[in-house]
Design a protein around this ligand. Structure first.
Ligand code: KG4
Ligand code: ZN
Length: 364
């Protein structure tokens, strides 16, 4: 084995990213640069990601991101061992921008090309940040993703649960909309919830009464809407305290569900007697302190190490794609110029694709 230098590209949703990662033979790695150009302002007027706008913005920005990442890292294209690119799942126009750019670089600089599954990028991040050993349990919770994975190696994942409708970040965003709070909803709801009473509204804990590790969040959102409407009908509007209590009650319901399902997922994972048990969380929702604390407790209760990578590596970025590229490169993966951009690409080929397809595109 030798040190590897990889360029990673990401463009599957609403963040354009390019990153340079150096991986050492001892398993450690260094992120030499990680550039992310977000598109929040472009999509804000539409209340969700508009695929066509996203695709154009990725096509405009991806070269610039690559250039910036190279300059920041202080390396030229000839120094790389390979270029890794998100080849799916995601909004197809954006994925295509990244794949075409990566093919151009690979052909121009004579580099091997590696197509990375975006979800594998998230799922392998705790190895980049904390050197986790396989197998570990992973919970992806963001605006677009929601699944439990047992990560067995760089190309083998068992999905043991997922959402059947919305992702939790989507649920937070919709809750914020219902309560007249700004987007993205998660941070806004969390801030309001701090002053609220989580016990005032008895919102449902969907699917807790059923076995398994699947989630559902759409009924919770409807229950929140009803609670709001009842208050409005009663008093003609919401007080600040009402809104804070609704936020706190909503957050408590999401936290309870995620914690309870994590307990079940951990039990399934621990039954396999992993050598170094670990539970990692990724995605924007992992920024929520209440949810994070609950997950840490659940993990400690099961005897597993809890790992939450820094937020900039939990949300969409290209360093995770470069790192996944490192792992796949070491496993011998190389793609050709026929590498396809895929809107759907389930990580676990043995399980049917998730039904849920949110505002940010397909969930798997
Ligand atoms: O991972 P991410 O940046 O993007 C993708 O979805 O790909 O996640 C963004 C999601 C948004 O839905 C946002 O509302 C949610 O993560 N989020 C939060 C918090 N911060 C971000 N949800 C709950 N609490 C938070 N503090
Ligand atoms: Zn993502």
């Amino acid at each position: 084995m030798k040190d590897l230098l990889l360029l990673g590209l990401e463009s599957s949703c609403d963040d354009t990213g390019a990153a340079v990662v150096r991986a050492r033979t001892d398993g450690s790695a260094e992120i030499l640069s990680s550039v992310v150009a977000g598109q929040t302002a472009l999509h804000a007027p539409f209340g969700g990601v508009v695929p066509e706008i996203a695709a154009r913005a990725h096509a405009e920005k991806i070269d610039l991101c690559v250039e910036e990442a190279l300059v920041e890292a202080g390396v030229g294209l000839s120094a790389f061992d390979a270029v890794a690119v998100t080849a799916g799942p995601g909004l197809i126009g954006g994925v295509l921008s990244g794949v075409m750019c990566a093919k151009g670089i690979a052909a121009g600089a004579g580099l091997p090309l590696i197509g990375v599954n975006h979800l594998a990028g998230h799922a392998l991040t705790p190895r980049l940040t904390d050197g986790l050993q396989f197998p570990y349990l992973m919970l992806l919770v963001s605006g677009g993703h929601c699944q439990f994975l047992i990560v067995r190696n760089s190309d083998e994942f068992s999905r043991i649960g997922g959402t059947i409708d919305d992702a939790p970040g989507e649920a937070f965003d919709k809750a914020a909309k219902i309560l007249g709070l700004p987007q993205p909803g998660g941070p806004a709801v969390e801030a309001e919830a701090r002053a609220g009473d989580p016990a005032r509204f008895a919102l449902p804990r969907p699917l807790l009464d059923r076995p398994g590790c699947d989630f559902s969040f759409s009924g919770l959102k409807t229950a929140l809407l009803r609670a709001r409407d009842a208050l409005v009908a009663e008093k003609g509007g919401l007080t600040r305290a009402d809104r804070a209590d609704l936020c706190a009650s909503f957050q408590a319901a999401v936290t309870d569900v995620i914690a309870a399902k994590s307990r079940r997922a951990l039990a399934l994972y621990m039954a396999e007697a992993p050598a170094a048990p670990a539970f990692a969380v990724a995605g924007g929702v992992a920024a929520n302190a209440t949810i994070r604390d609950a997950l840490e407790k659940v993990s400690a209760g099961a005897g597993a190490r809890f790992v939450a990578p820094p937020l900039r590596l939990c949300t969409d970025n290209a360093a995770m794609i470069a790192w996944a590229g490192v792992e796949l490169f070491r496993a011998g993966r190389r793609d050709g110029m026929d590498l396809a951009a895929r809107p759907r690409w389930p990580l676990d080929r043995s399980r049917p694709a998730l039904i849920g397809s949110g505002k940010k595109g397909a969930k798997a």
